[in-house]
Design a protein around this ligand. Structure first.
Ligand code: ATP
Ligand code: MG
Length: 412
């Protein structure tokens, strides 16, 4: 091979001028279409600068609707203003997907307030009440208002119940020289139903709902990033509208739109093209779908894989709106071929519901007269994916099942 293998790529002109503008961690200072949400946070949190306690808040919205980025932006502005005015404000951000026990949350908060000479609180081992007392002592020592952001708070409730949130929302009765306010962020509008009612009413003093972005709003968000991150004239006209429309279909997710655009640019670069065009966006979309769906397909349990396999082979045979009865017939046949015991129709119905929740099929309930109910099922796996191959990858029984011949119902 002539020369160093990296040289060709290194020398290539990039369409990016600043890749950071497309990274997930990037925090833009301009947040189009989130003025009302910013305003709701500001109107409440301004109390921290006026010597009052802001209300606790819950922020809701679908993934990628800007909850985290808006909160970070507002808190950074609050810190700046607090410093300028000589009002100490302390902010904390905890992602409850990673820090998901009462002990770990309190330990993380207290550790942030550690000063020289303080105990180092271990990751485990102390009684939780002792960690909580240390947190309260340290907050009092620091004084001022403490704002605790609990991002993806539904994870915490699912794993640790109401107990921690009870303690945190009760802290203002124990603090002498400081005050605290909690901002919970969640994708799940219903998570407070799992909370003790005393906790949910204290936590949700003020709710802000982030609506899903529409295609036009996503276009504005992308335009800002394009100005920062890409060379002028690197996009064909249809690229931003297409990325925005695809992400708007995907529950109005700005993260998805940014990922799509970033990958589209990479696709153009890989092909040494000077401009990104809609074809690259299509390639990026199928890569994203593939990356999203294949790990789910691979890790399904055996019977779930079998049920999905039965939906797929019926579809490949031309059938649409496949009935639960038909799926069960094919499934029983497959179980016989690979010599395993079939589950009951009732279990298969539950497995179909789970596949629906995972987004792998679409199941519609239909009434069959005289009170009977059935489902009509269609697969929802993106077309570019070789589903049966992926299902078989680490499951030889699916491979075996896929080699048999089936008595399938023809097209109706
Ligand atoms: N109004 C906006 N202007 C600019 N960028 C935005 C805006 N809204 C969202 N983004 C960007 O979209 C991505 C997703 O936003 P963010 O992480 O805040 O979503 P989220 O609502 O917290 O989602 P999740 O529920 O999945 O945590 C981030 O990269 C963020 O910078
Ligand atoms: Mg978030």
């Amino acid at each position: 091979m002539d020369g160093n293998i990296f040289e060709k790529i290194l020398g290539q002109d990039s369409l990016f001028i600043d890749r950071k503008a497309f990274e997930h961690a990037f925090e833009p200072s301009n947040l189009p279409h989130r003025e009302q949400e910013v305003d709701a946070l500001v109107r409440n949190l301004v109390d921290a600068l006026n010597g009052h306690i802001p209300s606790n808040m819950l922020l809701y919205g679908v993934p990628g609707s800007g909850k985290t980025v808006v909160t970070r932006f507002v808190l950074s502005q609050l810190l700046e203003k607090g410093n300028e005015m000589g009002h100490p404000v302390q902010t904390y951000e905890i992602n409850c997907r990673n820090v998901d026990t009462k002990y770990r949350v309190v330990q993380t908060l207290a550790s942030q307030l550690k000063q020289n000479g303080d105990y180092l609180i271990p990751f485990t081992g102390w009684p939780t009440d002792r960690v909580l007392e240390t947190l309260i002592e340290r907050m009092d020592r620091a004084g001022g208002v403490h704002i605790l952001v609990l991002d993806e708070i539904d994870n915490l409730v699912a794993k640790a119940g109401s107990d921690l949130l009870y303690s945190l929302t009760n802290m203002n009765t124990l603090l002498k020289n400081a005050r605290c306010c909690i901002i919970g962020i969640s994708n799940d509008l219903n998570f407070t139903q799992e909370l003790d009612p005393r906790v949910s009413s204290r936590l949700s003093q003020e709710d802000v709902v982030f609506h899903p972005y529409g295609a036009q709003e996503i276009q504005d968000i992308l335009q800002e990033r394009v100005k920062m991150g890409l060379k002028i004239n690197s996009l064909e006209i249809g690229v931003i509208p297409l990325c925005s429309a695809l992400a708007a279909q995907e529950h109005g997710d700005a993260r998805r739109a940014l990922d799509l655009l970033r990958i589209s640019v990479q696709k153009a670069e890989q092909r040494s093209q000077q401009k990104v065009d809609p074809k690259h966006v299509r390639l990026a979309q199928s890569q994203l779908e593939h990356d999203q769906v294949t790990p789910v397909l691979r890790t399904l349990p055996l019977h779930q894989k079998l049920v999905l396999f039965c939906v797929i082979i019926n579809e490949e045979n031309g059938l649409r709106n496949i009935s639960t009865g038909e799926i069960f017939r094919t499934y029983s046949e497959a179980c016989m071929k690979i010599n395993i015991e079939a589950l009951t129709p009732r279990r298969i119905s539950t497995l179909l519901n789970e596949l629906d929740t995972l987004g792998l099929i679409m199941a519609r309930n239909v009434s069959k007269g005289r009170g009977g109910r059935s489902k009509q099922v269609n697969s929802a796996i993106p077309k570019g994916i070789d589903s049966i191959k992926t299902l078989s990858e680490n499951e030889p029984l699916i491979q075996e099942a896929s080699q048999g011949k089936y008595m399938l119902q023809g097209r109706l």
